[in-house]
Design a protein around this ligand. Structure first.
Ligand SMILES: NC(=O)c1ccc[n+]([C@@H]2O[C@H](COP(=O)([O-])OP(=O)(O)OC[C@H]3O[C@@H](n4cnc5c(N)ncnc54)[C@H](O)[C@@H]3O)[C@@H](O)[C@H]2O)c1
Length: 333
């Protein structure tokens, strides 16, 4: 491997383009090549980043100049691309959800185990400075035993109509982040979920069999409880909050969303809010890419494993099933 790792990005849409910019900004990596199935997207990336482009992801994976892979294509394509990527032996960063179905995710976990492949899944909140500070407090015992988590994630608006069928639905597309944060911060597996959902604003979601608001009640193996709210209705801002109650102290992430100050005056309180996850979690996306590069260079294990990706998907699919059947779903590991 070269001193600077040569990274290839597969999929240069919303997230892939952002990851490519972060690779360029990172220490210890070069952006070597990009691949996209759509000519317009590929042309934009090769022109703006001045790198080699491949219309076929298979050619990028086997390209000798590419040493590490970032996968940011639609979720349904992850399984096939991951199989090829694992075969290549190159380290992999893959966007969430790891795959579209649980069976596929289980097969990827097996393949990673068998080949000792490096695979990091894109749960960027695990790198957000607020969330990592909360995690450190919990691990250091400063909150006492964590007994309750309340987490909410609200998108500014409804998703693009064409994105909905490939998204996996609200509980998978958005909820997977909250479910991952919950099991990671609480340090305990979620053993039961009960979910409700409804279309409260975006009527077009009904014909696409999706909802714009959901709630998931959680039971943890440790005996702790939790609640997650997910919404597409935050009226043009992106709003995430995570509150962990411990036996001795509570910690709240997300009250001051973007800047550490609040403006008060004229009978108003004004705080800065992002209008999408790319703004709110700007640092987290940069830090997760840097963590990928550092771990690969230093030969360390992945901080967010294929198993974490599989469990996140298992929980999100369980929540979807719970909503559809109006019944609690128990989970075993
Ligand atoms: N971590 C996060 O916060 C976050 C946020 C949004 C999306 N995502 C995930 O990122 C992934 C991509 O989402 P997006 O919003 O960027 O989608 P997008 O549709 O904007 O971009 C996907 C790109 O992949 C390309 N593509 C499709 N099939 C391909 C193939 N076989 N080979 C190469 N390129 C191919 C498309 O042409 C498109 O340019 C999804 O898995 C999604 O769940 C993660």
């Amino acid at each position: 491997m070269s001193d600077n790792i040569n990274v290839g990005i597969i999929g240069t849409g919303r997230l892939g383009y952002h990851h490519a910019s972060n690779v360029l900004r990172s220490k210890g990596a070069n952006l070597a090549a990009v691949s996209d199935a759509a000519k317009e997207s590929l042309d934009r990336a090769t022109k703006n980043f001045d790198v080699k482009g491949y219309s076929s992801y298979k050619d990028l994976i086997t390209a000798p100049e590419v040493e590490a892979l970032v996968i940011a294509t639609p979720t349904q394509t992850h399984y096939e691309i991951l199989k090829e990527a694992i075969k290549s032996g190159k380290p992999i960063f893959c966007e969430k959800p790891i795959t579209y179905t649980l069976e596929e995710a289980e097969k990827i976990v097996e393949a990673v185990k068998k080949t000792n492949a490096y695979l990091q899944v894109g749960f960027m909140r695990r790198f957000d400075p607020g969330h990592t500070a909360a995690k450190d407090m919990i691990v250091d015992g400063k909150c006492g035993k964590p007994i309750y988590i309340h987490d909410c994630q609200r998108d500014p608006n409804g998703p693009p109509k064409e994105y909905v069928p490939q998204s996996g639905g609200l509980f998978v597309d958005m909820g997977i982040h909250d479910l991952d944060v919950a099991r990671w911060l609480m340090g305990s597996e979620i053993v039961e979920v009960y979910a409700q959902g409804a279309v409260l604003k975006h009527e077009y979601l009904k014909e696409l069999h999706d909802v714009d608001d959901g709630q998931i009640l959680l039971k943890f193996e440790s005996g702790a409880l939790g609640m997650i709210e997910i919404s597409r209705n935050a009226n043009d801002v992106y709003d995430t909050r995570t509150e962990i109650i411990g036996l001795t102290k509570s910690v709240f992430v997300g009250q001051n969303q973007l800047t550490p100050y609040t403006v008060i005056g004229g009978q108003q309180i004004i705080v800065d809010m992002a209008n999408w996850c790319l703004g709110r979690f700007k640092d987290a996306y940069e830090l997760e890419m840097q963590a990928f590069i550092n771990a690969v260079q230093e030969g360390r294990p992945s901080p967010v494993t294929a198993y974490d990706g599989m469990v996140g998907l298992k929980l999100a699919l369980a929540a979807t099933h719970s909503y559809r059947t109006s019944s609690a779903v128990k989970l075993t590991y």
